[in-house]
Structure formats: structure tokens, C-alpha cells
Design a protein around this ligand. Sequence first.
Ligand code: GSH
Length: 217
Amino acid sequence: MKLYVVAGSGNCRKVQATLNNLNITADIEYLGLVEGDLAEPGFIAMNPNGRVPVLVDGDFTLWESNAIMQYLADKVPDNTLFSQDPHTRADIIRWQCWELAHFNNALATIASETVFKPTFFQKQPDQAVVDAAAESLNTFSRTLEDHLSDRDYVVGDSITLADYSIVNIEGFKDMIPFDWSGYPRVNAYFDRLRNDPHWANTAPESIDAIGRRPNAA
Ligand SMILES: N[C@@H](CCC(=O)N[C@@H](CS)C(=O)NCC(=O)O)C(=O)O
């Protein structure tokens, strides 16, 4: 089984944390976003969107991080990350849909404008885009803050796929210009997941390594 990733990518880190947690061994290939690897015809043939992560398992190729996580978890009987109970499973999928459509859509937009554009592309942020995304991030952070009032994890009482999905942009959370002070439970939740060894193990070696092939860092 082979997983194509880019160093520091949140969508890759959540899949790598899933592999670690489930103790699944996969051949992990680090591609260079900066070097243009994702635009190569061979990669586009695997994922026409030109994005990572991509999993290749025999003759089966799968892209979209949350789908990959679910596929991997279903390989391990009785795991606690992705329950077989229909209600628990639907709850996990619900939070994975929520993070992709709402919470991390907003967080990623701010990170993209204020961190990635200036750092990787020498471009200035579009303040109107940042302001609209911040309004959205406030809305969805409140949802998470309220949900965490009586729990440490979003589903049940231990880490599930939903948690790895929600915290996937953890590495950039405190770098963006957003006031997190009104969300103490969200901050504590990110700190809790940050300390999970399966997650921590996926962190890039340094900020300079992000987006680059390892031998180019
Ligand atoms: N919805 C996709 C998003 C994948 C995605 O956007 N990956 C980023 C890295 S975090 C990427 O490959 N970006 C390349 C680019 O924008 O050119 C997923 O969850 O897998």
C-alpha cells in the first residue's frame, strides 16, 4: 500500500495519524508541492485534482483524505477510530463533513491568504477574503466550543477519525491572524490532539520542510 503526501499538509497528516494509530504500515512517498510534482502527468493520472493525499492499494486508487481514513480504518477489525455502530459511525462522518465544508474551509482560507500566499508565492493577502473567512470561522468555532462543553473529543470519550480530521490544520492554527481567546475549549482540544503521539509523529521537521521534497528541504 502506498500513500502520496506532501510534508506538513494537514490533509495528509490526518491520514498519516490514522495509519499510525491503527498500526498500519504503508510506503509513504513525499512529493514536492513547491517543485511541481502534483502537476506531473503521472500524478494527475492518479488524482485529476492534482492534490494530496492519494492512496494506492493494489489496483485501487483513492483520493480525498476523509474517504482514505475511513477506508483504512475499515481494514482493522474492532478499532476505536471508526466504530461499526451505525449511529456512532454517522456521527463521526457528520463531523468529518462539517470540518471539510465549514470549520477548516474557513481556517484554511485564512491560512492560505495570510501564511501560504506571502510565504510560498510572494503575494499579499486579500483582506476582504480574510475578513469573510474570519466571520465564518467565528461561527463554526462557536459550534465546536459549545459541543466541547462536556466532552474531550467530538464523538464518544476517545479519539476518533473525526478528531484527526478537525485538527488537521493544527500546525497553522496559531500562526493566523484570528482571535482564539473566546474559544478556550477549542484551544484545549487542539492542545489535547497536538499531544497525541500518533498525530505528533506526523509533524514536519521544520517550517522550511513544508511543501518540499525531503531532499530539497
Ligand atoms: N478535499 C481534499 C483536499 C486536498 C488538498 O487540498 N490537499 C492540498 C494539500 S493540504 C493540496 O494537495 N494542495 C495542492 C495545491 O493546491 O496545488 C482532501 O481532503 O484530500
